[in-house]
Ligand binder design. Structure first.
Ligand code: SAM
Length: 257
């Protein structure tokens, strides 16, 4: 563990605090301060306490922790959904994947990890500020040097020399970009659209039909995690749950245009 690295402190109620360790820095609470040096000496997995006796455990943030706490311009794809998108795209190390929009870089981080250093992520974003945020968030946490950032409208995509193994779309109107990206996707591979509203899912399926685009609608699903509060004799579903985030629509590209 070194200065400059991310750390996640967890208090006794399970609340998390994410920040970077700075030489001479301190973490201030209502029950006293912790010097960053103390946290560094405790190391990941260690424990620290303020002079007033408030305890914290010290952790290396997971990708989920980071995406939930990182600075944002646009709402990141929720981690449970981002992980499922990588699974629905059937990604493996070495593959090439296209995504839009980059937003805050949340989904980019998951895709970059899934395809690994031998793979490639092409991330499209038409807002400069969002692209800068996404790029910074990725570089600040984990950079496999496998992301190409493209500033522009995905609807104007020129077919690349090499087609992609998958496409992830987290934007409002995916039907506007599907005609341009279809020739860029290998046959029998997947597009996954992340859509908060069911009306968007219906509009997408209607557009596919109206535009006669070569896709099979494989499935539409929601990812539901139900967390439990288990502190015997208490054991029941947590009263605070993550509710609806979005629908995931998995489309399989058929051969032909
Ligand atoms: N998945 C991102 C993340 O995890 O941080 C969040 C994406 S955000 C909800 C949607 C982004 O898509 C916005 O930043 C928006 O500017 C961008 N966008 C929308 N339509 C686009 C298009 N046609 N081409 C490129 N970017 C687009």
């Amino acid at each position: 563990m070194n200065y400059g690295e991310w750390v996640l402190l967890q208090d006794r109620r399970g609340r998390n605090y994410l920040f970077r360790l700075k030489e001479g820095g301190s973490f201030d609470t209502q029950r006293g301060s912790l010097r960053h040096q103390q946290i560094l000496e405790a190391g990941y997995g260690g424990s620290v306490a303020t002079p007033q006796g408030e305890p914290f455990t010290v952790h290396r943030p997971t990708l989920e922790d980071y995406v939930l706490h990182m600075p944002r311009e646009a709402t990141p794809t929720y981690p449970k959904d981002a992980a499922t998108i990588a699974f629905l795209l059937d990604l493996a190390p070495g593959m090439r994947v296209l995504e839009a929009g980059s937003g805050s870089g949340g989904l980019t981080l998951f895709l970059a990890r899934a395809v690994g250093p031998g793979g490639q992520v092409w991330s499209y974003e038409w807002r400069e500020r969002h692209q800068a945020r996404a790029r910074h968030n990725l570089q600040a946490f984990e950079d496999w040097h496998n992301v190409t950032w493209v500033l522009g409208d995905l609807a104007e995509l020129e077919p690349p020399a090499q087609p992609f193994d998958g496409v992830a779309l987290d934007l409002m109107e995916p039907w506007n970009v599907l005609p341009a990206l279809t020739p860029a996707l290998k046959p029998d591979r997947f597009v996954v659209c992340y859509l908060p509203n069911l009306t968007q899912v219906v509009a997408l399926l209607e557009h596919l039909k109206a535009q006669a685009l070569p896709y099979l609608h494989e499935r539409t699903l929601e990812v539901i995690h139900r967390e439990w509060d288990i502190r015997p004799p208490v054991a029941h579903p947590s009263f605070q749950q993550v509710g609806h985030t979005a629908f995931l629509v998995q489309l399989r590209r058929l051969a032909g245009n």
